[in-house]
Write a protein that binds this ligand. Structure first.
Ligand code: SAM
Ligand code: SF4
Length: 329
């Protein structure tokens, strides 16, 4: 069992496959070319699978592959197949993708054992989609979402980061998209993890405001009174329409007390929080040739250092050096 020093059990591992991306979402990777991780530091599929196996032996039940854009890594279905060998102790194998290339790989990912997929979609207006992501590819992302539904990756989740003055006027439209397409649309508060360091509290649209804006058009009903270790409050549409709304409010309604997550970066660093300012090296120990038991000890020691909470709302908050695209959202 992987536990931290604050009595939380860690069951959820996010693995970043790459820090690179074919999009340039302004809230994640806004300016120019950041310094990418050196290729030789990237974990190979064999290394990822070995580490994932050790994490699973320590009680990890869910793995999510993310990035950067995970699907720009070659042969991701091969990795999914390798990780699927960790089932049934591994109960859930998921992917977060911008959807640009998902349709192309969807069948192979399903056959390899991928259970679930989450897309990012911050606008359903083509021109705005291009402004936000730097990529003129709304149509491709929508086709990918359809492909995921067709192949039964259910429920299909769609993340939308809401930023004041950029897409907050589109909140009801995105809720309508959830209803019309029977997906779980998850509205996320903007977090200070952008490489341009342009985040400002005034740009955050609170979860509460997001809910109010949706409810002006589509009344909602809370699905469950508690969210457990989940990040989202989940709502159904009160009129019984298909689809779901999730609201993720890490800035204004911190949920660190129930956090069950730990992260592995593409270059083999453990991050115990999105907002960690310190990482725990696994690449060095892994490549030094030590055995699984010793690696497990390194992981357990890192978990014990998991921060009690993020400090976004404290006056002395320091934005981590690595941005969301490096950390693996
Ligand atoms: N490229 C994939 C994608 O976009 O889905 C996976 C990686 S991306 C970093 C994972 C999630 O982080 C996305 O849903 C994205 O919207 C979210 N994200 C990125 N930067 C963020 C920020 N500053 N605040 C809140 N969410 C952010
Ligand atoms: Fe790329 Fe995802 Fe970041 Fe957008 S949110 S720049 S798609 S990693």
């Amino acid at each position: 069992m992987l536990r931290d020093a604050h009595n939380r059990t860690i069951r959820d591992l996010r693995i970043s496959l790459t820090d690179r991306c074919n999009f340039r979402c302004f809230y994640c990777l806004p300016h120019g070319e950041p310094a990418w991780a050196k290729r030789e530091t990237l974990l190979t599929f064999e290394e990822i699978t070995r580490l994932a196996g050790i994490f699973v032996s320590l009680g990890i039940e869910k793995i999510r592959l993310t990035g950067g854009e995970p699907l720009i890594r070659r042969d991701v279905p091969v990795l999914v197949k390798m990780l699927s060998s960790l089932k049934p102790q591994l109960r859930d194998l998921a992917l977060t993708t911008n959807g640009y290339d998902f349709e192309r790989f969807a069948g192979a990912l399903k056959a390899a054992g991928l259970d679930r997929v989450t897309f990012s979609l911050d606008s359903v207006r083509p021109e705005r989609f291009r402004e936000i992501t730097g990529s003129d590819s709304l149509g491709r992302v929508l086709s990918s979402i359809e492909a995921a539904k067709r192949l039964g990756f259910l429920p299909v989740k769609v993340n939308a980061v809401i930023v004041r003055g950029r897409n907050d006027d589109e909140v009801p439209e995105l809720a309508r998209f959830a209803r019309e397409n029977d997906v779980s649309m998850r509205f996320i508060e903007y977090m200070p993890l952008d490489s341009g360091r342009e985040w400002d509290r005034s740009l955050v649209v609170s979860g509460r405001e997001i809910r109010e804006r949706i409810e002006r058009e589509f009344p909602l009903e809370l699905k469950e009174p508690s969210r457990g270790s989940e990040t989202a409050w989940k709502f159904r549409f009160a009129d019984g329409s298909p689809g779901e709304v999730g609201i993720i409010a890490p800035v204004t309604e911190m949920f660190c007390g129930q956090c069950s997550r730990i992260r592995l970066t593409a270059d083999g660093q453990i991050r115990t929080c999105l907002f960690s300012t310190k990482e725990h090296d696994l690449l060095g120990p892994l490549r030094s040739g030590i055995g699984d038991d010793e690696i497990a000890e390194v992981i357990k020691a890192a978990a014990l250092k998991k921060e009690p909470s993020h400090y976004i709302n404290d006056p002395g908050f320091i934005q981590p050096d690595r941005t969301m695209s490096f950390i693996g959202g």
